[in-house]
Design a protein around this ligand. Sequence first.
Ligand SMILES: Nc1nc2c(c(=O)[nH]1)N[C@H]1C(S)=C(S)[C@@H](COP(=O)(O)O)O[C@H]1N2
Ligand SMILES: [Mo]
Length: 167
Amino acid sequence: MASQLPRHDVPDGVEPTDWSLRVTGAVERPLELDRADLVAMDLRTVDEEFSCVEGWTAAGLSWRGVELATLLDAAGVEPAASFGLVHAMDGDYACSFPLDRLRDALLAVELDGQPLEVVHGGPTRLVPRATDSDCWESVKWVSRIELRTDAAEKADTAKALALSRIE
Ligand SMILES: Nc1nc2c(c(=O)[nH]1)N[C@H]1C(S)=C(S)[C@@H](COP(=O)(O)O)O[C@H]1N2
Ligand SMILES: [Mo]
């Protein structure tokens, strides 16, 4: 089934062939993983609709991926960490999450039974729990998850970048 998500342009900086996922910062064991490493982990499916503040909704999406809790436990989050800053391949797009919300999110590698297309954020896209989440928090092209002791307000660019595209 073709995804109901609109197909936006893929921005400069997105180089899926030169990609790995890193878990860095306040962790005991920094990780660097490729798609095969992620697919070999325990995968979960989350069926959800997705709405953008621009005013569209895509219904019936089926995401499959690794729970962030699994990844974070593999990296061993240090007790002082309470936020995660999720970085992307498109420049300085990044979104900050309190640790408990990040643990509840999925790092998707598939959409509707197919490897996640680059146009929708492949190789990996963050899928936060739909309740209380904003469209800009669904970070496409995730390249690094940085565990922090602070909320990284200056580096948390996602909301401003997303809203700047709306007239
Ligand atoms: N890295 C990155 N992720 C992003 C964005 C972006 O510009 N860069 N835009 C966000 C916004 S505002 C929306 S609505 C969705 C759009 O997802 P789609 O292109 O798959 O429809 O991606 C979100 N994730
Ligand atoms: Mo959006």
